[in-house]
Design a binder for this molecule. Structure first.
Ligand code: ZN
Ligand code: ZN
Length: 431
């Protein structure tokens, strides 16, 4: 089997498995797309890799030093994926290890199918970043903040052309699970996200993409992220469609029929019973509260004790945070030998100066700081020698000569700032 046909074979395999799940009978395109992408996420174990681990893998493989438009061949993409799963297995207990080889092959082939439709065997760095940062686990806000760093300029403003590239790559994900007709890229997609504003900062970007409802072309994205949490929510109520006693995931309640509730499988597939019809308005629930808790909540609400819920999207500084200028950091001075005496640490005393220079608030130049540090070291040595001499003096009869001897060592070692002092002359005469 040739490498290209091998890739196609592996990609076919994961997509065939996806088809057996029968997601296509889901009548809402947003949930259908989210279900399919969630299936790929879980199948490739990206569902247990956090966005921060993905960013770390990009850095480890040097992707942050490459131009976004540069292309990676399959073996380079394979190494990036491999490092993701090797690190994942290091974090997981032995009983939950993933088959890294299988995950790498499945994901590689799915990505090649999504981004290399002409079969050149190459994927753009930017496409790989967009795909992995959205297919992994983690908060949507963190994923979007990472993406914004890739598509904004140094003053923290969105670059329109980069946003279009981002949208094209992001919408290649639904297309790779045959949802292109609903969510494929087209010219109106970009216009649906932003109006004609010229400057879009990180908060504008997050507000637009995480709005409820958000842009039509991205409706599947928040649902995909929500799905990871909601699939573990237990509802101890009977589904009126399939008559299960309890179920997990999203729950839907009819706003017309009394206490009529459906599980996600029934609602998404249009299963009904009794007098309930698919044209009835339904409310979606992603949590379950027992009737007792519901009464408590209603009571609190009526007494206006319920705290205001937090804003939907957190706010971030509009301009990017300045990076530390590490060129000004002076390597720490080696701690001098202290003959077993404890003195206040030089490293500690220099720290505030180093920090203030680093933050750009200190008027001192780096060379001045080095000078002052050197003089601090010498003073410190002098103090130590004096104390050591005093201690020796207590043990010896010739205390004066001991002190003078040690002071001489000190002077010859570090030099005196006042070489004409009478002390020095007396000292030399004494010798
Ligand atoms: Zn059901
Ligand atoms: Zn109904």
């Amino acid at each position: 089997m040739s490498p290209t046909s091998k890739v196609q074979h592996h990609n076919k395999q994961i997509l065939t498995e996806m088809r057996t799940q029968n997601f296509d009978v889901i009548r809402f395109a947003t949930y259908r797309t989210a279900c399919k992408l969630r299936f790929i996420q879980k199948k490739t174990s990206l569902s247990v890799v956090d966005i921060w681990n993905i960013i770390e893998a990009f850095r480890e493989n040097g992707l942050n030093t490459l131009e976004p438009e540069s292309e990676l061949n399959s073996s380079r993409v394979e190494s990036v994926l491999n490092s993701i799963y090797v690190h994942l297995n290091k974090r997981l207990p032995l009983s939950q290890q993933v088959d890294s080889h299988q995950c790498v092959q499945m994901l590689l082939n799915w990505l090649v199918g999504a981004f290399d439709s002409v079969g050149r065997g190459k994927i753009k760095v930017f496409s790989l970043k967009v795909a992995l940062s959205h297919m992994c686990a983690g908060k949507l806000v963190d994923k979007l903040r990472y993406v914004f760093t890739q598509i904004s300029d140094s003053s923290g403003c969105l670059i329109r052309s980069r946003f279009i590239d981002y949208l094209k790559d992001l919408l290649a994900l639904p297309t790779a699970v045959f949802e292109g007709p609903s969510f494929g890229y087209n010219d109106t997609a970009c216009r649906s996200c932003f109006d004609n504003r010229t400057q879009i900062n990180v908060n504008d970007f997050l507000n637009a993409l995480m709005a409820d409802p958000g842009p039509q072309c991205l409706m599947w994205l928040p649902i995909l992220n929500k799905m990871a949490h909601v699939e573990n929510v237990f509802h101890p109520v009977q589904c009126e469609g399939c008559h299960r006693e309890s179920f997990m995931g999203f729950r839907y309640k009819c706003q017309r029929c009394y206490n009529y509730q459906l599980c996600q499988d029934c609602f998404w597939r249009g299963r009904t019973s009794g007098n309930h019809g698919n044209d009835h308005e339904m409310k979606e629930y992603t949590t379950y509260k027992s009737p007792a808790k519901q009464i408590g909540h209603a009571l609190k609400k009526s007494l206006k004790c319920v705290p205001k819920s937090n804003a939907h999207v957190p706010q971030f500084p509009n301009t990017p945070e300045k990076k530390l200028d590490l060129s000004y950091i002076i390597p720490p001075t080696p701690v001098p030998v202290r003959n077993g005496y404890h003195e206040s640490s030089i490293v500690t005393s220099q720290s505030p100066d180093v920090l203030s220079i680093d933050s750009g608030n200190s008027p001192q130049s780096p060379s001045k700081l080095t000078e002052s540090l050197n003089s601090m070291c010498i003073d410190d040595e002098h103090r130590l020698i004096a104390r050591y001499a005093a201690r020796l003096a207590a043990d010896t009869k010739d205390a004066v000569s001991t002190i003078m001897m040690l002071t001489f060592i000190s002077l010859t070692k570090f030099g005196s700032r006042d070489s004409n002092s009478t002390f020095n002359q007396d000292f030399i005469r004494h010798l």
